[in-house]
Design a protein around this ligand. Sequence first.
Ligand code: ZN
Length: 199
Amino acid sequence: MRTFRLTPGIGAASVLLLASVLRGAEPHSVEMPNVGVVVRNFSAAPLGLVQKAEASCQQIYRAAGIRLTWINSVEDVTWEGPDVVFRAVILPQAPPSRALAAFGTALRERQELLLYHDRIVRFAKIVDLPMQSMLSVALVHEIGHLLLDSDDHTSSGIMRAEWDREDLNGILRGQSHFTSSQVRRMKANIERRGSARVR
Ligand SMILES: [Zn+2]
C-alpha cells in the first residue's frame, strides 16, 4: 500500500485551497469589504455581454479579497447595501478630448468611471480578444483607480498604462494581480469611506 506523507509545503497549500473553497461557499462573508457599482449602459453593448464582463471583473477583485456587487437594475438594490458605491457609465463614444488610446476615465472626485464603447470595441479587434474581455479589463483598471484613489500607473500588472495582448491575457487568467500594497491601500480606502458615511 502506498502512503503519502504531507510535506509542510503541501500542507500549507491544502489549507490555502480549503480556505479559498470555504470563502467561495460563503458569498456574504462579513470580513470581505463590499463595493457596489451602479452600472449605466448608454452604449449598444447588450446586457448579457456587460454581465459577462462584470462577472470576470468580480472574480479578479474576489482574488484580491474585495467583493464587488453589481447594480444593473433596481432588483439588485438591497437594504444591507455595500460599504461604498461607485457609478460606472458606458458611453457609446469617447469625448474627442480623450487621448486616442484611452478606453476609460476614472473621475475620482465623483466616484464615477466612464468607459468608451467605441474604443473598447476597436482595441478588442486590434488585440484579437472578445469584446467582453476587454470591457472586463477596462472595468478592473478604472475601478482600481477609484479604489486606490490615485491616477498613477505601475510598470506592470493591472494598473499599467498600456497593455498588449499578453498583458491582457495575464490579467484575465488571474496571473497578473494587484500588488499586496495596492490591495492594502484599496481596503484601507474602502474602510475609510465606509466609516465616514452617515448611517
Ligand atoms: Zn489608468
